[in-house]
Design a protein around this ligand. Structure first.
Ligand code: PEP
Ligand code: MN
Length: 256
């Protein structure tokens, strides 16, 4: 294993710093991408009614094909700001390049996506900020490489870091990725740094999200991040894996 001294002695109360009570799970729900005010408003209203305080929603989207929807960019951030003021939600959104940082003041938690897990310059720059970061595991990266990437952020002085297991690429084609709950168990056994999972990108299928969300929490994950949509059939990205609001409500009840 590589050395990761800052992970070894990590003891920052990251979740407490976000306002969570003792042992409270970090539950983040929301659309893959910001699409419109009406979409965000319906989802944010649902979250508020169900006492969910964290909403995810991407505006800079790392799409495999350049011909797919790339996100609304800064106009999407303006919509998020309006929704945040209306519902008082905490926001999670992906940063793909450090040049986007000044635009993202209203975002409470910056996500580094799987494809950028080893973008070491981005990690170094984020290490110099005091923003809470969710670092997602690359789909082709080992746990050791994941910890090394985390170390880049910590070394800059930023201790508000949360890891996210989002599935790795295996020989299995029936799920989008393979959720590695062994990773969650290892991190929980050996380290104090929080780790959540993303069963949406791990499975790629609506019906598989809830069982793997529950399995993640059973394995000791500190939370989950899940894609939901007010009308999945017309979602502009990741439609097949989005829970509709009824399924999201069932998930919330089952987590309780
Ligand atoms: C996302 O969460 O929107 C996303 C693109 O996930 P990942 O980086 O894990 O593929
Ligand atoms: Mn997505």
């Amino acid at each position: 294993l590589s050395s990761h001294p800052l992970i070894d002695k990590f003891n920052e109360p990251v979740l407490k710093n976000l306002g969570l009570e003792n042992d409270e799970k970090l539950i983040i729900l929301g659309p893959c991408a910001v699409e419109s005010y009406a979409q965000l408003d319906e989802i944010a209203k649902f979250l508020t009614e169900n006492n969910i305080k964290f909403m995810r929603a991407g505006v800079f989207k790392p799409r495999t094909s350049v011909y797919d929807f790339q996100g609304l960019g800064s106009s999407g951030l303006a919509l998020l700001k309006e929704i945040k003021e209306k519902y008082n939600l905490k926001l999670v959104s992906e940063i793909m390049d450090i040049s986007q940082l000044p635009l993202m003041n209203d975002i409470d938690i910056l996500q580094v996506g799987a494809r950028n897990m080893q973008n070491f310059e981005l990690l170094k720059q984020l290490g110099k900020t005091n923003k809470t970061i969710i670092l997602k595991r690359g789909f082709g990266n080992t746990i050791d490489e994941f910890l090394c990437a985390a170390e880049y952020i910590l070394k800059g002085g930023n201790k508000n870091l949360i890891l996210c297991e989002r599935g790795i690429r295996t020989f299995e084609p029936l799920t989008r990725n393979t959720l590695d709950l062994g990773c969650v168990a290892i991190i929980k056994n050996q380290y104090q740094i929080p780790i959540i999972t993303d069963p949406s990108h791990a499975t790629g299928h609506q019906q598989l999200v809830t069982p793997l969300a529950l399995a993640s929490l059973a394995a000791g994950a500190d939370g989950i991040m899940i894609e939901i949509h007010n009308n999945p059939s017309i979602a502009l990205s990741d439609a097949e894996q989005a829970l509709d609001l009824k399924m999201a409500k069932e998930l919330i009840n089952r987590i309780k």
